[in-house]
Design a protein around this ligand. Structure first.
Ligand SMILES: O=C(O)C[C@@](O)(CF)CCOP(=O)(O)OP(=O)(O)O
Length: 326
């Protein structure tokens, strides 16, 4: 038996990954940039065992169905092919998220799984190759190998598409993110399905591709200059442009719920009153607000006028992947 265990934290994209050039290899159409957070993480253990006759996956102590295990099994099959292995594995993941409000991201899960496999099989992968491995599980997972700010260079092929840490002089430690949980019954389109439909059918997708590279450069310059206003503005604009592409898809769709829009309006009003804060959203109705750590208490107090305490979760910058004792 070969055992491995790792912990990885979720990351939130400030410049979004939205659209694949290659579905099998998970190569993106554009480069992206994220902030790894400390509030949500996944611990994953893997056991490659010759006595197993198929892959098993349990999440938060519950055995998952074959269908739910499909993404994990596909990742393990890629590992078996890449490393000429004929062993099945048992994967056990625990998501440490303050609430079950669907915040657990595939990013922390697959980054942790990549780290656990690296340890179990003693692959000795350096960060760039670990990032590539995680990317094969879920694109955004490649950024969770690193703490703080990470840039996922889209690259041209499997070998050149991976993330790296952005030098920031630890500026991320002066920032925070406030999650506003929007309780929404509508079943979202998954990020994987959403970006596929958008790439294939959206009349606005070309506009996204034409603007994302400049947004990335603006965000990197803002980080280098520790310019919060510049980083916030490009984060909010880029997120809105990403979501704009879904409205042009066939059939059109949107991740925004009425309460999402209410949060966005609140953020704009609070910003207009002089507290710098900027929102971003991913493949769901929850809203993430980027704010300087010194202002998080005031922001939270203002939001409590419109939202309940248990809808608000604060997060600071988080660390990169760590392997754990097995
Ligand atoms: O995180 C971002 O850059 C933006 C998004 O979160 C916006 F929704 C997409 C993340 O997509 P992911 O779940 O990584 O897709 P996969 O590669 O199909 O598994």
């Amino acid at each position: 038996m070969f055992l491995g265990k790792a912990r990885a934290y979720t990351n939130i994209a400030l410049i979004k990954y939205w659209g694949k050039k290659d579905e099998t290899c998970i190569l993106p159409m554009n480069s992206s940039l994220s902030l790894t957070l400390d509030a949500f993480y996944t611990e994953t253990s893997v056991c490659f065992d010759k006595n197993l006759t198929r892959d098993y996956f349990s999440l938060n102590g519950e055995e998952q169905s074959v269908q739910q295990t499909a993404k994990i099994a596909a990742f393990l099959t890629m590992i078996r092919q890449q490393y000429q292995l004929d062993l099945f594995a048992k994967v056990e993941s625990t998501n440490f998220v303050p609430t079950a409000a669907g915040l657990a991201s595939s990013a922390s899960g697959f980054a942790a799984l990549a780290g656990a496999c690296n340890q179990a099989l003693q692959l000795g992968l350096a960060d760039a190759d670990l990032s590539r491995l995680a990317r094969r599980g879920s694109g955004s997972a490649c950024r969770s190998i690193f703490g703080g700010f990470a840039e996922w260079e889209k690259g041209a092929d499997d070998a050149s598409s991976f993330a790296k840490k952005i030098p920031s002089d630890d500026w991320e430690n002066e920032l925070a993110m406030l999650f506003v949980l929007v309780d929404d019954r509508i079943k979202d389109v998954s990020s994987r399905d959403g970006m596929k439909r958008t790439v294939q059918t959206s009349s606005f997708y070309q506009g996204w591709l034409e603007t994302a590279p400049a947004d990335l450069q603006t965000a990197k310059a803002a980080i280098a200059a520790k310019d919060f206003k510049a980083l916030g503005e490009v984060t909010e604009a880029n997120g809105l442009r990403m979501h704009g592409t879904t409205l042009g898809a066939v059939p059109p769709f949107s991740y925004w719920s009425p309460e999402s829009l209410k949060v966005m309006t609140c953020v704009r009003q609070i910003r207009a009153q002089g507290l710098p804060c900027y929102f971003t959203m991913d493949a769901g109705p929850n809203v993430k607000i980027l704010v300087e750590k010194k202002n998080i208490s005031q922001l939270k107090a203002l939001l409590l006028n419109d939202f309940s305490e248990n809808q608000l979760i604060t997060a600071n910058a988080g660390p990169g992947l760590s392997t754990l004792p097995v």
